[in-house]
Ligand binder design. Structure first.
Ligand code: PA5
Length: 447
């Protein structure tokens, strides 16, 4: 039994009762394709059983490397882009205290990211910081050929070798890549870096529960065993049967496909906890890359409330009626903070005196849901009891499984990303990469 719950009761006024049986039947077929490995992209289903296949000895190796990194580094630089960084960033930000470093640090290395953009100033500022601090690096690329992390690694490799010498640098570099292909694998073997393999049948955006996500999360001091256990629990529920009433992944996939067919082609993932911002970013990549192809797919957007109620709230309430919302609702926090009483009551808020801030936030969440539903925005609600490793593990596996089902219901291959190549071709041609001369000439004519 999973503690993550889904509530689709607020869809009643948006989806005709008669639409559900057909969609349940479709989802049953999608479930059989996924569980039976007979659907599109079935050579990329390694993530399905990953949580139950991760052996204790393997997790201990990751813990041991994390411990080694903790001893030698104040900063752990994670180089990667897309699925090679979003999962670890999502979990680390969700579990962290945003003010920890201003307080003097948690005692664990501060995890920073590189190679997830091509910004010169970002990387220059990072190198400036690394001049002054002890650090270690994970360079993560499944293909081993992605330009952004490869450039960042060139910069950081030069820096780390200068700072610690070649032998010292070798101790501080961890490569996480494919088992055989790609430049990074060759380099790691040639230089003797400690390395981890990303299984061939696990795509980047489904790789949080491989060393791609687990090593940085462990370095940051979080419990990877609990994260994996959460995923194991959700897997049990998800894989058990396609029974609509007992499988939250089937409910979510069915609901979003029916909403899409009724003209709601933008899904906004909403959180009322700012720590979940990167969970939203991770989800955007998972759903955007998995479903957005062949001129199909729901556009994944995200907001954190109540902050964004003062920016995007206006559009959501009254703009184009093409939206639906999925809210990640979280139980009581472990902290305890109440609104203070003020004898002068100039702001008129004494009716809130003594109430926990989480209670005010909860009523904001409920009030927003009702207002948005009244405004024509269908609402799906996912509830987890708390933000911890175990429930994040459930949430991650829930979204992965539902994404695969939903992609099958759309009729696409949820495990490829052919569209990502188009910008790379143009970038290489514009930068004069050998072999791209024809494309370069064609692009220059258009400029
Ligand atoms: O989900 C995916 O496969 C992509 O988003 C990749 O993670 C991203 O493009 C990075 O690829 P790589 O790990 O090969 O550098």
């Amino acid at each position: 039994m999973t503690e993550l719950k889904i509530d689709i009761s607020r869809l009643k006024t948006f989806i005709d009762d008669q639409a559900w049986p057909g969609m349940k039947e479709e989802l049953n077929n999608c479930f059989n394709q996924l569980a039976g490995h007979s659907g599109k992209g079935n050579d990329f289903l390694g993530w399905l059983d990953l949580p139950v296949q991760l052996e204790a000895a393997f997790l201990s190796r990751i813990q041991a490397d994390a411990e080694k990194i903790r001893k030698m580094a104040e900063i752990f630089v994670v180089i990667g882009i897309g699925g090679s960084y979003l999962g670890s960033k999502a979990v680390i930000e969700a579990l962290g205290n945003p003010f920890e470093d201003l307080k003097g640090g948690s005692g664990y290395p501060y995890v920073v990211f590189a190679g997830e953009n091509l910004s010169e100033s970002y990387h220059a500022h990072l190198l400036e910081l690394l001049d002054k601090r002890e650090y270690a690096v994970a360079v993560i690329s499944k293909s081993g050929t992605t330009t952004e992390p490869a450039i960042a690694f060139r910069l950081i490799r030069q820096h780390i070798e200068k700072k610690y010498g070649k032998a010292g640098a070798r101790e501080r570099i961890f490569a996480i890549t494919d088992s055989s292909r790609g430049a990074l694998k060759k380099l790691a073997d040639a230089e003797g870096y400690a390395s981890y393999v990303i299984p061939d049948d696990v795509g980047g955006r489904y790789s949080v529960l491989t060393p791609v996500g687990l090593l940085p999360i462990a370095v940051a001091g979080f419990d990877i065993n609990a994260l994996v256990n959460g995923a194991v629990t959700m897997r049990e529920t998800a894989m058990k049967s396609s029974d609509f009433d007992h499988n939250p992944c089937v409910q979510y996939a069915a609901a979003r496909n029916l909403l899409l067919r009724s003209g709601k082609f933008v899904e906004i993932l909403v959180a009322f906890e700012p720590n979940l911002l990167y969970v939203i970013e991770w989800w955007k990549q998972l759903y955007g890359e998995s479903e957005g192809k062949e001129q199909k797919g729901i556009f994944p957007a995200g907001v954190t409330f109540t902050s964004d109620l003062h920016s995007m709230g206006q559009y959501i309430q009254e703009g184009m009626r093409t939206l639906f919302e999925t809210v990640i609702s979280v139980g009581e926090p472990a902290t305890h903070l109440v609104v203070p009483n003020d004898p002068e009551n100039l702001d008129g808020l004494n009716f809130l005196s003594g109430k926990r801030l989480s209670e005010v936030n909860r009523q904001a969440e409920l009030g927003t849901m009702l207002a948005h539903v009244d405004g024509g925005v269908p609402n799906i609600r996912l509830t987890i009891p708390a933000i911890n490793e175990y429930y994040l593990g459930q949430l991650i596996y829930f979204f992965e499984f539902a994404c695969a089902l939903s992609g099958y219901a759309l009729g696409v291959n949820p495990f490829d990303q052919p569209g990502v190549e188009a910008y790379k071709k143009n970038m290489f041609a514009l930068l004069g990469k050998p072999g791209f001369e024809k494309e370069t000439a064609e692009l220059l004519k258009r400029m």
